[in-house]
Each structure stands twice: as structure tokens, then as C-alpha cells.
Design a protein around this ligand. Sequence first.
Ligand code: NZQ
Ligand code: ZN
Length: 385
Amino acid sequence: MLNFDFYNPTRIVFGRDRLAELSTLVPAGARVLLVYGGGSARKYGTLDKVTKALGSRVIYEFGGIEPNPRYETCMRAVEAARAENLDFILAVGGGSVIDAAKFIGLAAKYRGEASNLFFDHAAVSGLNSSIPLGTVLTLPATGSEMNNNAVISYNHGKWPVYQDLNFPVFSILDPALTFTLPRRQIVNGIIDSFAHVLEQYLTYPVGAAVQDRLAEGILQVLLEFGPRSLAEPENYEVRANIVWAATLSLNRLIGAGVPQDWSSHRIGHELTAMFGIDHGLSLAVTFPSVMEIRRSQKRAKLLQYARRVFKLEEKDEEAAIDAAISKTRQFFESLGAKTRLADYGITAVQLPDLAENLRAHGWIALSEHKDLTPEISLAILKNAL
Ligand code: NZQ
Ligand code: ZN
């Protein structure tokens, strides 16, 4: 029986050339912490447009947020936010910049040691204020522009921090701002979005027809428009569909009231932490293997995925599931992603350490059934070699 709350307070401002609207979206008189990454936002002129739209507001610029944003970097921004009494954060960038901005906002208001927020779930849920955040998205992938999660790198792990205070007040989604992305980042974004949908869809049926059909629709859009967005990198209409698909993939809509399995992500995060593999690319390795190893637990949904998303008509159900798994792998590979650990030079002897890291980080009962142990994660990794 479906039973859920649905909450999403983020206002989306979608379309071309809408940065000037920051002049009204950001509160008048705000003292703004402007957070950005390694330089793309400056290089391509977005920062100039943003600062112009902010007019006479006080702006404190904090650049240099790295991909897979680090706790220590965030804490330097927290010091600045406190010292300068900043009361609004504007993030210009992809998931890393937006996640960092969320964490900066929470940590600035938290009185204890902010790294507690990675381990102490009571401390996180007890938070009652953060610095409000607006975003200008430059990379469609994570859904961070419309969700309540921030993923921060700390002490050789990647830690999600879920708090409703993390929802941005608004996010500007201008697909044209993503035209400057290198191909690799577009690929990351397509695979990340695809994986977000699958983590919320490929579990077991609960009669959620709306969530299922929405999920299948987003997957089909990514299958159709993903390759086109690589072939036609400045086609606005194509990119606009990728941007909106990415946002809707992880803004709670398709996940409302349904079982979820974040195993591919958790195992992928360890690959990123240990080997520096991009988040999106890590999922191209973990997802096909999770499908194979968890095939019996996911059988009904795998078959539905085969029939509805790929239109596979094999009479034999096992053959249809086999074909759906291969088609998933082929899709990732067709985008140029590697789907095998060996492609990254990773060998069997390195896998037990990865499984140990999952245990050390507390990821010992993963999946929609909470029965996926580090031993099963190891089997998934071995299968991905
Ligand atoms: O740093 P700059 O110079 O800006 O370059 C960035 C960065 O090197 C570049 N880039 C971004 N927009 C660009 C651009 N280059 C040219 N033109 C543009 N318009 O892209 C590179 C990667 O950026 P990043 O923000 O790291 O990528 P992404 O958006 O894929 O974010 C990945 C991070 O999000 C986390 C991941 O774990 C990872 O840390 N995730 C966050 C989630 C969430 N908040 O809900 C969920 C996801 O599953 C994921 O875990
Ligand atoms: Zn992801």
C-alpha cells in the first residue's frame, strides 16, 4: 500500500538567458557567498553575468571547490561565511559545487565539530537552520539542484548528508550554460541520471504505477537524447531534455513511497574514493554487475525493465532479462564509458580493501532488502572485473 510524504520546496527557473532574474530571486540586501569550482564558471563568462545581476549586494567570492568536494575546503568557506556575516549562498556549478554549498550552509550554523554531521544522524536531523541557498546549474547529473542531499569527501570516504534545509530556495537551469561541458562530463551526467532512476525503480513491484511509468519515461529520454547530446553538443532542445531528465531523476518524484536500492552508488563511491574514478563512470561499472548478482531479488522489475524500456519480446523471461542487462552495459559503453574494473587497471587483489572500506564506512546492510553485506559487495566487485 502506497504511503508517503512528498515535499520539495525548490523553485525551478528553466530556460535560456535567465541569469538576470537573480536580481529578484536573491533577497535584496543579501550578503552573498558566491561559491564556484575550479574556474569553468569564470572562463565561460557565467560568473560575470551572475555578479552583474547581483548588483549592489555584498559578494564574497569563494572559488576552488574541487570535484568530489572536500570537507577541509568547505570549512574554509564556513570560516569566511561566519567572519563576513554572509546570509545567502549562491552556488554556480555542478553537483560538487552545489553539494559543497549545502554543507557550508549547514556547517556555518552548527555549533559542534562539523565532521560529526557525517556520522551522527541525530545531529543532522536536529539541525534547525542553515544559510539559504540558490543555485545556477552548469552540469546536468546529480539532481542536487532540486534535492536535499550533499555528498562530501572526508577521510577517504564519501558521506551523504540528508537534510531538508539543503533544498535550494531556487535553481536556475539554463541548458545553454552546459554547452561548454567536456564530453566526459556529459557522459558522467547521462550515466548518473540513468543510475538514479534505476536505484529507485529496479527493486520490487509495489503497485506504484505513476512512479514506474515516470521512471521508464525518463530512462527512455536518456537512451534517446543521451547519444544525441554528445553528437549535437549545442542543440538546445536536446540538452534541455537531458537537463530536465537529470533533475527529475533525483528530486524525490519517482522515489515517492517506493523501495530504493543505493548499492551501486555506495560501491561506486568507494571506487571514487580509492581510485579517483568519476562518480558517473563508477556507476557504469557497478550497475551492470549489481543487476547480475542481484538478479533473483530484482527479477520482476528487471523483466518489466526489459519489456517496457527496451521493448524486448523474448518469450523466455530469463533471456529477456539477460538482454536487458547487456543493453544497459552496451548503452554505457556506447557513450564511451568503461564498464569493467580491469579497464581501469584494477585487479582482484585490490577488491578486498574496497569491501573493507564499505564495512568501515558503515555500508554493511545495503539494498532494498538491507541484506547486501560487504561479502556480497565483494562478489559484485569481482563480477565487475
Ligand atoms: O570546477 P570547474 O572548473 O567548474 O569544472 C567542473 C568540474 O571539473 C566541470 N564543469 C562543470 N560545469 C561546467 C564544467 N566545465 C565546463 N563547462 C561547464 N558548464 O565539470 C567537472 C565536474 O563537476 P562536478 O560538479 O564534480 O560534477 P557532477 O555534477 O557530476 O557532481 C559530482 C558530485 O556530486 C555527487 C558526486 O558524488 C560527486 O561528488 N553526487 C551528489 C548527489 C546529490 N547531491 O544528490 C547525488 C549523486 O549520486 C552524487 O553522489
Ligand atoms: Zn549519482
